[in-house]
Write a protein that binds this ligand. Structure first.
Ligand code: BES
Ligand code: MN
Ligand code: ZN
Length: 495
């Protein structure tokens, strides 16, 4: 998809489809009012028929206009004539791009960045148009013989007045960088476990590194991890024929002596549960247990593309979790890299075993903050559903920064408590801690487990079990929480 800015006045445009907003009392947005009289009359006539009453996100396609270089007009309702909330603005945009599906429109021109949106400037609005168009356009067709897509738009132009061109330009370039990052995350996430193995993820990271001067990649093999004493991480991969990898992405966009932001992503390319085998129903979705890792790759791609003046380290511990004669068994005791011993009471609580050694490994980067992303607990779905990601952490300032970023990015978070009372649940009779905390508060006890390996730095944990992919008929990766993380990085760089 190509995205460009359009400064030509709307009445002299050439386009397959011009997208125009209309408010509830059938008032057109001011970008429409400069259309020539002939077209305006047609729009008003159509509106007068009452087929589109300006209700939020209601769309109407005017499919033919006589003697015009504008082939079609898509009207979209914006609700009451006042500044839109950012959520409603996004709803209208989603409706716009959905309604272009199954049409033959190739070039669409969007005037909606001209609409007033609360607390939002042209940069943000331009970016949202690109992010939402990109979301609609994404289809995972790699393994379909018939690659026909139902979204034919291949170029979107976003209108901008000369006076705001600089802001629009920033929004455009950031939007494209973030959209490309999200696409990488979605693609890797949607790939099946037989293709997207730990080795494949490592290769993808190396390929990404070769695209950007400031991004370098290092991959630790099992022998290297053995040397480091990563007994928890390695115990999970013992049950798999695919070798584990610990992938480091090192983006140096800031001064050498500035402490890095460390992003850690769980990279389980398939989680069958191990000896504590999961039930069969829906197990295919455990190919998505590497969405945290895919988020790290997508976020670093976006950061490198935007050339953010920050130092960022991405860490992806990657493995499979399968039953095997050499797999972890309930009751096994592991020695983690930190020296803490762990009793494995359930081999399906494997994510925390990979993450704990990666958190210890993160200490050597002298991090400013550490943020991990993981499809860590089914309990997060029970607590929060598929709307926000769970947020837990040991630093209020970091958590608040993430919440602020999530609001701008429309990629929501909800904080859960990480009180020490919950640590009780992780007591083990035989080791320093157990890898599960019983049936209550599963998302919190998982984070409590991680917190014991994150004592030396400011740390936040995002449980993305409910948000990284959609289930059911529309099954597919969402690319979350790349929008939130890229916004956090933008705020850190320029905020
Ligand atoms: N990857 C799963 C968590 C998960 C399950 C995410 C379903 C999304 C949907 C994780 O490794 C896991 O199996 N967690 C266990 C922990 C339990 C054994 C304490 C879970 O949630 O059941
Ligand atoms: Mn598991
Ligand atoms: Zn898992």
């Amino acid at each position: 998809m190509e995205y460009v800015l359009e400064t030509t006045p709307v009445n002299t445009l050439h386009t397959d489809c011009l997208i125009i907003g209309v408010y509830k009392d059938l008032q057109l947005t001011h970008s429409a009012t400069s259309l020539n009289e002939n077209i305006l009359n047609i729009i008003n006539k159509v509106l007068a028929r009452g087929d589109n009453n300006g209700e939020l996100a209601c769309t109407l396609l005017i499919n033919a206009l006589p003697d015009s270089s504008i082939e079609r007009i898509l009207l979209v309702g914006l609700g009451d004539q006042k500044a839109l909330s950012s959520k409603n603005f996004r709803k209208a945009l989603q409706a716009v791009f959905l309604s272009l599906k199954k049409t033959q429109v190739k070039l669409a021109t969007c005037t909606l960045a001209d609409v007033d949106v609360c607390d939002s400037d042209r940069q943000w609005k331009t970016r949202q148009i690109i992010e939402i168009a990109n979301d609609t356009a994404y289809q995972f067709t790699t393994y379909k013989s018939n690659k026909d897509v139902d979204f034919n738009v291949d170029k979107i132009t976003v209108t901008a007045p000369e006076s705001e061109l600089a802001l629009a330009q920033l929004g455009l370039s950031q939007g494209i960088a973030i959209a490309d990052g999200i696409n990488l995350t979605k693609l890797l996430s949607d790939l099946p476990g037989n293709i997207c193995t730990p080795t494949y993820l490592a290769e993808q990271a190396i390929a990404l590194g070769s695209q950007y001067d400031k991004l370098s990649i290092n991959v630790l093999e099992e022998a290297d991890m053995e040397q480091l004493g990563m007994g928890a991480l390695l115990s999970v991969s013992r049950g798999s024929r695919q070798p584990a990898k610990l992938i480091t992405l090192d983006y140096q966009g800031g001064d050498k002596n500035v402490k890095p932001i460390v992003l850690i992503g769980k990279g389980l390319t398939f989680d069958a549960g191990g000896i504590s085998l999961k039930p069969g129903l829906g197990m295919d979705e455990m190919k998505y247990d590497m969405c945290g890792g895919a988020t790290v790759l997508g976020t670093l791609k976006a950061a490198a593309e935007m050339q953010l003046p920050l130092n960022i380290i991405g860490l992806i511990p990657s493995s499979e979790n399968l039953p095997d004669g050499d797999a972890n068994k309930p009751g096994d005791i592991l020695i983690s890299m930190s020296g803490k011993t762990i009793e494995v009471l359930n081999t399906d609580a494997e994510g925390r075993l990979l993450l704990c050694d990666t958190l210890t490994y993160a200490e050597r980067f002298n991090p400013d903050v550490v943020i991990d992303m993981a499809t860590l607990t089914g309990a997060c779905l029970v607590a929060l559903g598929r709307v926000p990601s769970g947020l837990l952490g040991n630093c209020d300032a970091l958590c608040n920064d993430l919440i602020a970023a999530s609001e701008v990015a429309n990629d929501s978070l909800w904080r859960l408590p990480l009180w020490e009372e919950y640590q009780e649940q992780l007591k083990s009779n035989f080791a320093d801690l157990a890898n599960i905390g019983g049936k209550d508060a599963g998302t919190i006890t998982a984070a409590c487990f991680l917190s014991q390996f994150a004592e030396k730095f400011n740390w936040a944990h995002l449980d993305i079990a409910g948000t990284a992919w959609r289930t059911g008929q529309n099954k597919g990766a969402t690319g979350r929480p790349v929008p939130l993380l890229t916004q956090y990085l933008l705020n850190r760089a320029y905020g």
